[in-house]
Write a new protein. Structure first.
Length: 75
């Protein structure tokens, strides 16, 4: 778990790690996956130094917006 994580996030990390070991999910990578999940939650909640905005979609504009506007523009 990363530095600066709250006790709540530490508990979530331990619970996830234990859950993955018990279920047999992610064999050999339980710690890594649990840490990634908790770190993503921390980032989305703004609990990290460089809190990133939640990802939604690709972040690209629609490709045809300007082209279709030019095509349909009356001359």
């Amino acid at each position: 778990m990363s530095k600066g994580a709250s006790p709540k996030r530490e508990r979530e990390y331990k619970e996830l790690e234990h859950k993955f070991e018990k279920e047999g999910r992610y064999p050999g990578r339980e710690e890594e996956v649990a840490a990634r999940i908790v770190n993503k939650q921390r980032s989305e909640a703004g609990e990290t130094k460089e809190a990133k905005a939640p990802r939604g979609g690709t972040g690209h504009r629609r490709a045809n917006t300007t082209r279709s506007a030019r095509r349909n523009k009356p001359s």
